[in-house]
Ligand binder design. Structure first.
Ligand SMILES: Cc1cc2nc3c(=O)[nH]c(=O)nc-3n(C[C@H](O)[C@H](O)[C@H](O)COP(=O)(O)OP(=O)(O)OC[C@H]3O[C@@H](n4cnc5c(N)ncnc54)[C@H](O)[C@@H]3O)c2cc1C
Length: 182
């Protein structure tokens, strides 16, 4: 049986970009509500359900198909405690930022840098060149509030490259959805 929401709009070809975005978000939110109502708890089954319910226009596809798995498998226990409940309940919605203007598949050449700063006990992330500008992250323009960012990690003196690492970076305010500075 077709859910009534699928009868509330014209075929996508007849919608403006704004209408298209709005209906996809509505269907995606409803898909999450329905999965909860039907008690679908397995991550893989939930991801399938979301896609099918939203006719493969699930707005948080990269979040459920990549970012949730990355958090589940790559985060340490403290990070999981802090971020997984937010991510599973879609208060934290992430996309994946690997590709750069100058670098796609050949990820060893990615130029985005993460340098550990001893004074602040944090990582300084930087895209130092035009070719290192992040490019292609799905849902970045309006939908997500975090990115999983691929960057080359360096020690504080930059004398020791530590290879590609993944950073969970907040880019929008969780309440207002306004972009954060920086
Ligand atoms: C619809 C869509 C959505 C996307 N969403 C995202 C996203 O959310 N986040 C994100 O980060 N990226 C995203 N991408 C980017 C995508 O995942 C690839 O990283 C990117 O398209 C590949 O870069 P490129 O096109 O410059 O190809 P290139 O990297 O230039 O590759 C071109 C060809 O060279 C080959 N090649 C490249 N390097 C090597 C090598 N070292 N050895 C052998 N062969 C090599 C490749 O296999 C390919 O055949 C998206 C792309 C598309 C099309």
């Amino acid at each position: 049986m077709v859910h009534p929401i699928h009868r509330t709009h014209l075929p996508f070809e007849y919608l403006t970009a704004e209408e298209h975005y709005s209906i996809c978000i509505r269907k995606s939110l409803l898909a999450i509500q329905e999965a909860d109502r039907l008690n679908i708890t397995n991550s893989k089954h939930r991801a399938w359900f979301f896609d099918i319910f939203a006719n493969y226009y699930f707005s948080f596809y990269i979040h459920t198909s990549m970012c949730l798995y990355a958090l589940e498998n790559l985060a340490d226990e403290e990070q999981k405690r802090q971020f997984l409940p937010l991510a599973q309940s879609f208060r934290l919605i992430a996309t994946y930022a690997q590709t750069e203007l100058g670098h796609g598949t050949d990820i060893r050449r990615l130029e985005t840098e993460a340098v550990f700063d001893r004074t602040t006990d944090s990582f300084i992330l930087n895209t130092p060149t035009v070719t290192s500008t992040k490019f292609w992250p799905g849902s970045l323009g309006r939908t997500v509030n975090y990115v999983l960012l691929m960057a080359q990690l360096y020690t504080p003196n930059r004398d020791h490259p530590c290879g590609l690492q993944m950073f969970l970076v907040q880019i929008r305010d969780l309440k207002t959805h306004e972009p954060l500075p920086g």
